[in-house]
Design a binder for this molecule. Structure first.
Ligand SMILES: NC(=O)c1ccc[n+]([C@@H]2O[C@H](COP(=O)([O-])OP(=O)(O)OC[C@H]3O[C@@H](n4cnc5c(N)ncnc54)[C@H](OP(=O)(O)O)[C@@H]3O)[C@@H](O)[C@H]2O)c1
Length: 293
């Protein structure tokens, strides 16, 4: 294939789906990495109905399961040699979740899907990214982290085994860990052709029909929030800019907002000792990292 290749996780809805369209419109072949074949196929059909000339394909992966990520990476390597862009867009955030949930592999699901999954997938696909002329990895975090300036990754209990579970804290902890992982990777790869940057997603309209579990009150809250939110299509422009533009080609280790402006992720997340500690914790879950961190 002579098109550049881009993988986007969670590309069946919201920002991920819009980014898939925009990046395919730039001539890339986009692999939509979705956990549900049905939801992925519906999204792909919807895209191709209006843009039949775009080059996209659907592959399944559950970002919360290492076995699923390993199978996905193995399949990818069988079919492709190099990888140009890897976007870790998928994430779990269900505001109605009250109790800690474990994946089938026994790890707290948000820590597993939002943090460990992207780390493992990048590691497994690194040799393919290194074969690209300018491999790019994009992680996705949240502007909401700004409202939690004292939040830290709990090095003793990232999975909420012995502290009270809070969906908000679990989600932001996973996003903070992703940001710190991005700075660690950017430094590790600084002498290669692969760059790693992170995107600070602002308030973006959520498709309420995807959340039948929301109470009428929470639906109302989301509708109010939507008035001050940008659309997934608008937010996806930052993904697209960082994925395809020449301007962003050399950027490494930066955090970008919805206007493609560099922003700061805060003192705690930049501290080398903190980053090392979070990566040591992360490596305890991922065999490939144990010999590196
Ligand atoms: N919307 C906002 O205001 C906002 C604010 C800050 C940050 N963000 C971040 O922006 C990104 C995109 O969010 P969005 O607003 O576009 O939300 P969304 O429409 O709910 O998209 C999330 C995507 O992630 C997928 N996903 C969830 N768990 C997965 C797993 N275990 N394996 C594979 N895929 C999985 C979902 O698939 P299913 O259809 O199978 O559930 C869905 O495709 C996320 O990283 C989110 O944290 C969003």
């Amino acid at each position: 294939m002579n098109r550049k290749i881009c993988i986007i996780t969670g590309a069946n809805s919201g920002i991920g789906q819009q980014a898939a369209i925009q990046i395919a419109e730039q001539g890339f072949h986009v692999i939509m990495a979705c956990r549900s074949r049905d939801r992925g196929q519906t999204a792909l059909d919807e895209i191709l109905k209006t843009n039949p000339a775009l080059s996209l394909e659907l592959r399944t992966v559950d970002m919360g399961l290492q076995s699923s990520i390993r199978a996905f990476a193995e399949d990818f390597k069988r079919d492709y040699v190099s990888l140009d862009v890897l976007i870790h867009n998928a994430a779990i955030f269900n505001i109605t979740q009250k109790e800690r949930e474990l994946t089938a592999e026994g790890v707290e699901s948000i820590w597993a899907a939002n943090h460990l999954g992207p780390v493992l997938m990048t590691e497994l696909l690194l040799e393919n990214l290194l074969k690209s002329k300018n491999g790019r990895v994009l992680t996705v975090s949240s502007r909401g982290l700004q409202a939690k300036p004292f939040l830290k990754v709990d090095l003793n209990d990232p999975e909420f085994s012995s502290r009270k579970f809070s969906i908000v804290n679990a989600y932001y902890q996973s996003k903070l860990a992703q940001v710190m992982y991005s700075w660690w990777m950017a430094d590790r790869l600084k002498d290669t052709r692969v760059t790693v940057n992170s995107i600070r997603v602002t308030a973006v309209k959520v498709d309420i029909s995807r959340h039948p579990e929301l109470s009428p009150f929470m639906k109302w809250v989301y509708m109010q929030k939507a008035k001050k939110s940008i659309t997934p299509k608008q937010m996806a422009r930052t993904y697209t800019h960082l994925a395809v533009s020449d301007q962003a080609a050399d950027s490494n280790g930066s955090y970008f907002d919805e206007n493609n402006k560099k922003v700061d992720s805060g003192k705690y997340s930049h501290d080398k000792e903190n980053i090392r500690a979070v990566m040591k914790l992360t490596a305890a879950y991922i065999d490939e990292l144990k010999r590196i961190v």
